[in-house]
Design a protein around this ligand. Structure first.
Ligand code: GLV
Ligand code: MN
Ligand code: MN
Length: 419
């Protein structure tokens, strides 16, 4: 069936304004801009608040109503012809890594805004309402676990757990939401969504290497995060003989190497130690305590479970040999995700129908879509990023590719709004 606007014009081949999308991305990137061209907007920091405020202003100017839920997730709504229908939702996140890029998350949000602006330009009234979400604390860089706003929305985490998440200084999400003015009243989740679509840069090298413009994301690999604390004994660096030390740092170093080996020797796996804290951190004290994190991922749940066992086994053996204490806490355990077949097909058809070279792809990164998939039919649209680099200030993507992904988002939303 043809999709028409109120003037009776065919809307199926409608296109977004790529230059407007690019300008919005560049304007948002100025908030928390970093020296090498990236952005630093840690979740619920002052710069995150500024980014949220700008987003809300733009959405209001585009005629949307705004609601904020108890986790600080923001929903901009463009009404549909039939307001009793559940919304078709787009969205992603505006928070960044400490030295993040301009596109991770932000693209999915501002591509959604560009879709709404385009619908406005053409006076198109969708059957279903269209909503655009900004999810709180996707990155997990300031508050672990990651994707907490969408995780509470989907019922994976309780609201109490979400609001109580604390950063390294002990400041909680609940406190920071109140401080920056985004502690909303709406219940978090528990309402129907007809379909959810998240556009995102790939954050890996596959699309670029194969010359594809669109990744049709069929799912995402599983992810586990661990907090590891190794306990030894502080002692004098000059006077403690080597055979009498309980050196937490030396033990942790062997654990780091073991984690890397497990990642390297398990086909398709990745493992990362991204945070390390040494106590008391003095050059002439044998360290008595070391804290580090492990991020382990694999597309297959059984293999991820085997990696879990291998990590725990090798850490325990190292601790035992060196007379060290060991505590391992699992902070995140997200199973591999398979997106909804109907939504994935709709993305594939929109990409192919637009003439964009595309391929199916499994996401290496975690995304809010992974949680929303639990409560609504969901899929994602990937576009290439330069050299596959992300979580880096130099993260970059080509304007034409960003426009193409946004066109696919527009077309898939137009389709789903009729479902
Ligand atoms: C999200 O950025 C992730 O860690 O995959
Ligand atoms: Mn992201
Ligand atoms: Mn990220």
């Amino acid at each position: 069936m043809a999709v028409m606007n109120y003037r009776g014009e065919e809307m199926r081949n409608l296109s977004v304004d790529g230059a407007r999308l690019w300008k919005s991305l560049m304007d948002m990137a100025e908030i928390g801009a970093t020296p090498k061209g990236g952005s630093r907007r840690l979740a619920l920091s002052d710069s995150d608040r500024q980014g949220r405020d700008l987003f809300v202003r733009w959405c209001r100017e585009a005629g949307c109503s705004i609601r904020v839920d108890r986790m600080g997730n923001i929903f901009a709504r463009r009404p549909g012809k039939d307001e009793s229908r559940p919304p078709v939702m787009m969205g992603s996140h505006l928070d960044t890594q400490p030295s993040g890029g301009k596109f991770d998350g932000v693209y999915g949000v501002l591509a959604g805004l560009e879709v709404i602006r385009t619908l406005n330009d053409h006076g198109y009234e969708s059957d279903s309402p269209v909503e655009l979400a900004v999810w709180t604390n996707e990155e997990g860089a300031r508050f672990a676990p990651s994707m907490i706003g969408s995780g509470v929305f989907a019922g994976t985490y309780s609201i109490e757990k979400g609001l109580a998440c604390a950063d390294v200084d002990g400041t909680t999400i609940g406190e920071e939401l109140r401080r920056i003015g985004y502690a909303g009243d709406d219940p978090c989740g528990g309402r129907p969504i007809r379909a959810f679509f998240e556009a995102h840069i790939e954050q890996g090298p596959i699309l670029e290497a194969e010359g594809k413009t669109i990744g049709v994301v069929t799912g995402a690999q599983g992810l586990r995060w661990y907090d590891v604390t190794v306990g030894g004994m502080d002692s004098h660096a000059g006077t403690t003989p080597m055979d009498r030390r309980r050196d937490a740092m030396a033990g942790a170093a062997r654990m780091l190497v073991a984690a890397e080996r497990i990642g390297k020797t398990t086909p398709g796996a990745v493992t990362t130690v991204g945070m390390l804290r040494v106590v008391p951190s003095s050059r002439n004290v044998v360290p008595g305590e070391v804290f580090f994190t492990v991020d382990a991922r694999h597309p297959d749940g059984d293999t991820l479970a085997a990696m879990d066992a291998a990590l725990r086994g090798s850490f325990a053996e190292i601790a035992q040999q060196a007379d060290l204490k060991l505590a391992i806490e699992t902070v995140t355990d997200t199973a591999p995700v398979v997106f909804d077949e109907g939504c994935v097909d709709a993305v594939r058809q929109a990409a192919e129908g637009s003439g964009y070279p595309c391929r199916d792809i499994v996401s290496g990164a975690g995304h809010d879509a992974c949680f929303i998939n639990e409560v609504a039919p969901t899929a994602m649209i990937f576009v290439p990023c330069k050299d596959g680099i992300s979580h880096n200030e130099i993260e970059s993507a080509a304007p034409d590719d960003l426009t193409a992904g946004c066109n696919v988002l527009l077309r898939v939303v137009l389709t789903a709004a009729e479902w």
